[in-house]
Write a protein that binds this ligand. Structure first.
Ligand code: GRG
Length: 291
């Protein structure tokens, strides 16, 4: 199957799974928060993390008909990612009014509802894994994996350091460490969750980890590059926000040329542990993306 076709099958599968899970939420006093969740979670986003989960499950199982056990895991990772974007857009964080081509969750629903929608997505991700029907040991491992990646030693910790780094000079090492936690940890978890769903061995888990960490760094660097060079409409969010907010991103610390070089280097490193033709093409596509 060619790359574009497989991308579109995976993207639709992740989307359908998210629709299925949000449909289970509705009703009662939580209606407003459900509407905010549907607004932010559905019909937007590239679904890269969920797609990685499905592909790693297929690599682990060596069977392209068996990725359905990874579907709840792919939805869970997209829920955590979406929660982070909702909270990241709040005035106390990056204060961004647009996300995925439409007003941010707090602009549309107010800050209190946006905060709760993010919280609800975080908890629902774990419920989704817990009720996935996978074997108890796989569920326990997947929950631990996701909690670590999203927590103080992963995404939250990275976000905290990123905030503390604003308006100060940081080293390349500090920069890379921050983004390995803030962006790389969740991308790496997306890959590892796929291996877990597909009952892959420890060696494959390690390769998924290496791949995810390197892809995550390349992905964040390209994100920073696009914040300077990208097209606002295509990105679905304002450009120039990193520099405006005093952020210590890759461009501010390393400069544009070195940042481009580093994105290429991390891409090459990721390719060393890309175990399928699809992963190789996805890795290259993400380096050259414009959104
Ligand atoms: C708990 C109040 C509170 C805040 C938490 C966790 C957090 C704030 C922020 C997380 C850090 C974060 C938002 C990192 C951004 C990583 C990144 C490159 C996002 C863009 O990902 P894409 O391009 O987005 O995959 P789409 O929209 O395509 O899914």
């Amino acid at each position: 199957m060619n790359f574009d076709k497989k991308m579109s099958i995976y993207r639709d599968a992740v989307e359908d799974e998210l629709v299925k899970h949000t449909a289970l939420l509705g009703g009662g006093a939580g209606d407003d928060v459900t509407r905010a969740i549907e607004y932010s979670l559905l019909d937007g986003g590239k679904r890269i993390r969920g797609i990685l989960t499905l592909e790693f499950c297929e690599i682990a199982m060596q069977d392209d008909t068996s990725t359905k056990q990874a579907l709840p895991f792919s939805a869970a990772i997209e829920m955590i990612h979406c929660y982070s974007l909702i909270h990241d857009d709040l005035p106390c964080m990056d204060d961004d009014d647009m996300r995925r081509g439409k007003p941010s969750c707090h602009i549309k629903f107010g800050q209190a509802t946006a905060l709760l929608a993010g919280d609800a997505l975080l908890t629902y991700a774990f419920e989704t894994i817990a009720s996935s029907g996978a074997e108890p040991e796989i569920i326990a491992n997947a929950v631990t994996e996701l909690a670590k990646a999203a927590g103080v030693k992963g995404m939250i910790g990275g976000q905290m350091v990123d905030l503390l780094n604003e308006n100060r000079t940081i080293t390349q090492e500090e920069l890379c460490q921050t983004h390995a936690m803030k962006t790389g940890a969740l991308i790496s978890a997306a890959c590892r969750l796929g291996v877990m769903a597909g009952k892959g061995n420890a060696d494959l888990l390690k390769r998924a980890d290496d791949f995810g960490k390197n892809l995550g760094m390349a992905f964040q660097i390209v994100d920073d590059i696009l914040d300077v060079t990208g097209n606002q409409d295509r990105l679905g969010k304002p450009t120039g926000s990193d520099a405006d907010s005093g952020k210590s991103g890759f461009i501010e610390v390393m400069g544009m040329d070195r940042s481009r070089q580093m994105a290429e280097e991390y891409t090459q490193k990721a390719l060393l542990s890309a175990d399928s033709e699809f992963l190789k093409q996805l890795t290259q596509m993400l380096l050259h993306r414009n959104m």
